[in-house]
Design a protein around this ligand. Structure first.
Ligand code: SF4
Ligand code: SF4
Length: 184
């Protein structure tokens, strides 16, 4: 047969010795390795029951913030969208109507606010650009999904729970990261 190079090696299969033909030594050797690993410290953890602590600089899923009275902080200024290098943020602004002062802190608010998590690189520039403390990246991450549509997060996914009406959920969603940033 024609060869492209002369580097090919002809491999000859040696006949098995008596002990090799029993296969038992190889099985015991394999079992010894398996048992040896049973007593070693596991490098893996039982996620999701066990969770590793995140680094203090970890940037996870976005949260749209409310003030202490539960009003939405975002004024739909668009600075976060302009700062976003991945063009992941889109929004539509609306004017606050009389009687809505308990819902929105500013006269203008985001009627629609969306982040495409498939585009987002979790750089945190939106958080830095925001003048209203309205968006920050929390300690959780976007869960997996089967459809691309499931990664378009709207206000219903991003808005933090009400701090008065849903105090426990609010504290959980806020986590420690915002405080750590303030303490720096
Ligand atoms: S974290 Fe970065 S990429 Fe993601 S939405 Fe904010 S600015 Fe855009
Ligand atoms: S999140 Fe902040 S930067 Fe973005 S539109 Fe709202 S107020 Fe402006």
């Amino acid at each position: 047969m024609a060869q492209l190079t002369n580097r090919a090696k002809i491999l000859a299969q040696k006949p098995l010795t008596f002990w090799e033909s029993l296969y038992l030594p190889a099985i015991f050797k394999g079992m010894a390795i398996t048992f040896g690993h049973m007593f070693k410290k596991k490098p893996t953890i039982n996620y999701p029951e066990q969770k590793r602590p995140f680094s203090s600089v970890f940037r996870g899923l976005h949260v749209l913030n409310r003030d202490e009275a539960g009003r939405e902080n975002c004024t739909a200024c668009g600075l976060c969208a302009v700062a976003c290098p991945a063009e992941a943020i889109t929004m539509e602004a609306a004017e606050r109507q009389p009687g809505e002062e308990n819902l929105y802190r500013e006269e203008k608010y985001a009627a629609k606010y969306e982040i495409n998590m498939l585009r987002c690189i979790f750089c945190g520039l939106c958080e830095e650009a925001c003048p209203k403390d309205a968006i920050y990246l929390s300690e959780t991450f976007a869960p997996s999904d089967f459809t691309r549509k499931g990664f378009i997060y709207g206000k219903e996914n991003l808005l933090i729970p009400h701090p008065v009406m849903e105090k426990e959920k609010f504290e959980m969603a806020r986590g420690q990261r915002e405080q750590q940033i303030k303490n720096k």
